[in-house]
Design a protein around this ligand. Structure first.
Ligand SMILES: C=C1C=NC(C(F)(F)F)=NC1=N
Ligand SMILES: [Mg+2]
Length: 217
């Protein structure tokens, strides 16, 4: 597998859905079916927080979702768990600042997609230097999904990085909905990353479609 181009990465980041078993009340596979139908462009399996699955249960759910993504040509990214990503031959990994370094993960995953969460300019430049394919910036708006989330930072960092001439593909995350997604895109993000606005929507498919419309303008 060759290294992904920035142009292709930008396309994938448009409507980046993230889900784990703790983020939905209905069957995760049913949520996935509807989100894929609604037009998500990239998926991240993030099994984290109170009540998260472990071991075999986590592996089995990840495998079932990966299969669904593969059937619809949606790349499958794993959050934090590099070993799970390698054992599933996932399309990529997303890591945070408290995980092992981007360079160490790049070493393990070869040309798979590597995403890094950043909260400051310094972390952004460091992640790029260590070979990240995209950056996740947030939380843009306030979120209740991530238990240890930082305060909402707005779109300031996205704007700053673009003003400084940074061209790396980047996605905003944190409290993003179809209503505020245009702000994130206007600030210079290549796409939006979403959990609750899709996973807990009354209609997953309708909510996903609205997000796609908001992003594609
Ligand atoms: C904490 C996170 C921040 N950003 C992202 C992504 F949207 F993929 F960039 N994923 C995460 N799990
Ligand atoms: Mg690159």
């Amino acid at each position: 597998m060759e290294i992904i181009t920035d142009a292709k990465m930008r396309e994938l980041l448009k409507v980046y859905f993230i889900l784990g078993s703790t983020n939905c009340t209905q069957d995760p596979l049913e949520v996935m079916h509807q989100a894929i139908e609604g037009g998500i462009t990239l998926f991240q399996y993030r099994e984290k927080g109170t009540g998260a699955l472990l071991g075999e249960d986590k592996y089995k759910l990840a495998q079932a979702i990966q299969k669904l993504c593969q059937q619809h040509q949606i790349p499958f990214i794993v959050n934090d768990d590099v070993d799970l990503a390698l054992s599933l031959n996932a399309d990529g990994v997303h890591i945070g600042q408290e995980d092992e370094s981007a360079a160490a993960v790049r070493e393990k995953i070869g040309n798979k997609i590597l995403g890094v969460s950043v909260h400051t300019r310094e972390q952004a430049y460091e992640a790029i230097q260590q070979g990240a394919d995209y950056l996740g910036l947030g939380p843009v708006f306030s979120t209740t999904t991530k238990e240890d989330a930082k305060a909402a930072a707005g779109t300031a960092l996205i704007q700053t990085l673009r003003k400084e001439g940074l061209t790396i593909p980047l996605v905003g995350i944190g409290g993003i909905t179809a209503e505020n997604a245009p702000l994130v895109m206007a600030a210079g993000a290549d796409g939006v990353s979403v959990i609750t606005a899709i996973s807990l929507a009354d209609s997953v498919i309708h909510s996903t479609q609205k997000l796609c419309q908001a992003v594609y303008g």
